[in-house]
Design a protein around this ligand. Sequence first.
Ligand code: FES
Length: 112
Amino acid sequence: MAVIRFLDARGALLHQAEAMAGDNLLDVARLADVPLHWRCGQGTCGTCKVRVSGMAAPQRPSRKERNVLLRAGAIDAAQAAREEWQEAEPWRLACHLAVEEGPGWDVSCPDY
Ligand code: FES
């Protein structure tokens, strides 16, 4: 069980939810009524971009996810092309991210 803390752009707590390893982060947000914007749910629109901190082992986004994050203005071309993903608080697509086993994450929602 992991604790997911959803924060607004200023770092204020919006909601705290428990999640199981493997749960989709967008689903966790939707079930908790977190006002996270999303549209496609398939990793193509970039609307659900969030910053995630506290990942024990940051998962490198796929090329598709990096391209969508680039189009959404969350990362630059150099970040999109980089082989290593060492961001301390990486931008990710909530609809593409599975919760990992561990204590949990802080998830910043940039539009709030
Ligand atoms: S909802 Fe469209 S990329 Fe996640």
